[in-house]
Design a protein around this ligand. Structure first.
Ligand SMILES: Cc1cc2nc3c(=O)[nH]c(=O)nc-3n(C[C@H](O)[C@H](O)[C@H](O)COP(=O)(O)OP(=O)(O)OC[C@H]3O[C@@H](n4cnc5c(N)ncnc54)[C@H](O)[C@@H]3O)c2cc1C
Length: 379
């Protein structure tokens, strides 16, 4: 890339994906700018809430396994270079009926990629992880390399590393419009105008509005999350005895959760929320009646947790594609503009690897991963 313009690349949005991309671009010696509409650590997007599952087996599709393996290595590298704790391995239980989507998809990815795993009966699960009491018709696949990431710490580590590598970073500076010509992309914020050879739109739930006429078909989904405070069985919910889990409680429907962290024992139902076209319209408060579906979903596997008092609630946003695979592709009309939407509720774990591959893609036009499943024109 030449440097006749202001920046080699401008990244819009500094959540999980933008902060990782900014770091990997800066690490290559490129002159980069990151722009974020809100403050660092804000809670209006998709990358807050103290925990995100990372797992090596991947019931959604085995194609994600090499990507998560690279992501895992890069999180470890970032952990080392930042001196911050980012990832905790607890193991992961993928629970459901034996022929269900979670169990069969997990086994398929484990077998295709030769991943370590164990198939456990309800009694074996209870013996190792006493808070879990699975109904007899259920089975669990244990992924020993699963665990959770600390999203706020991960984003901060990427931003610090980007800054140290020379990136310019501006918070509270929303991008209001951009235009792309043969020579450069012009980016206008509320207060400034910048130019760059390339523009990366990593704007999460705001992507539809910023991507202009790209046919993205993104839908924003509100997700409510709950932190429980189970009173009894002290010790059963700590990370050494309580792995992360995903449970298919109804055909194709999943609830999931984490061990006890300072805010409590977090759990939620995947894809249970109302959908919106604009993030500005989303109801941010959690209503009291939203808890009952989660309690009902948890009862067949975590009966005590299902009845525990709720200590805190929160709202977070999914940005869904129709097939729940990601979008990572250049804008169909503007080849200087990369659109990046690795969400659909499962993108955080990959952010470190996606940052790297997007930087490769921008700098060289190539990556070590096949990005064809993430093309915009796949529908
Ligand atoms: C409740 C919940 C649970 C999840 N659990 C998991 C999990 O366990 N494991 C997992 O791997 N993934 C999980 N995910 C998904 C994961 O968190 C997301 O895929 C990931 O955080 C998406 O990051 P992002 O950078 O694309 O979006 P965001 O973090 O939302 O970042 C986009 C940023 O762009 C900024 N922006 C937007 N418009 C502008 C503008 N005009 N100018 C400047 N800045 C702008 C926004 O303010 C925002 O900060 C979960 C998501 C939610 C909501």
């Amino acid at each position: 890339m030449n440097r006749t313009h202001g920046y080699d690349a401008v990244v819009v949005g500094l959540g999980a994906v933008g902060s990782a991309t900014l770091f990997h671009l800066a690490r290559r010696g490129l002159r980069v700018l990151g722009l974020e509409q809100y403050n660092q650590g804000h809670t209006l997007g998709s990358s807050h809430g103290d925990s995100r599952i990372i797992r090596e087996t991947y019931f959604e599709h085995p194609l994600y396994v090499p990507l998560v393996q690279r992501a895992h290595d890069l999180w470890r590298e970032l952990e080392k270079s930042s001196g911050k704790s980012l990832i905790k391995i607890t193991g992961g239980l993928m629970i459901g009926p034996p022929g269900g989507m979670v169990v069969s998809g997990t086994l398929r990815s484990a077998r295709e990629h030769n991943l370590p795993h164990e198939i456990l009966t309800p009694a074996q699960v209870h013996e190792r992880f006493p808070a879990f009491e699975l109904e007899p018709n259920l089975v669990a696949v244990l992924d020993p390399r699963a665990g959770y990431l600390d999203p706020e710490a991960c984003n901060a580590a990427h931003l610090d590393a980007a800054r140290n590598a020379g990136a310019d970073i501006r918070f509270n500076e929303p991008v209001v419009e951009w235009s792309a010509a043969d020579e450069a992309v012009i980016i206008r914020t509320r207060t400034e105008t910048y130019s760059g050879d390339r523009l990366v739109l990593a704007a999460g739930a705001w992507t539809n509005g910023l991507a202009r006429d790209a046919p993205l078909r993104l839908e924003i989904e509100r997700q409510s999350v709950f932190w429980f405070e189970p009173a009894g069985s002290t010790g059963f919910y700590e990370a050494n005895r309580f792995p992360i889990y995903a449970y298919e409680y109804k055909h194709g429907h999943i609830c999931y959760g984490f061990p006890r962290l300072p805010r409590g024992v977090k759990a939620s139902i995947m894809h249970s929320g109302k959908t919106y076209s604009l993030p500005e319209n989303i109801e941010r408060a959690v209503n009291a009646d939203e808890i009952e579906p989660l309690r009902a979903a948890l009862r067949p596997v975590l009966p005590e947790l299902a009845e525990a008092p709720v200590r805190e609630t929160g709202v977070c946003l999914f940005t869904n594609t129709p097939d729940h695979d990601f979008i990572i592709d250049f804008h169909p009309r503007y080849p200087r503009v990369l659109i990046s939407s690795p969400c659909s509720g499962h993108g955080f774990k990959f952010a470190s690897a996606i940052g790297e591959l997007q930087a490769d893609f921008l700098a060289t036009g190539k990556t070590r991963f096949d990005l064809s499943p993430f093309r915009i024109d796949r529908w």
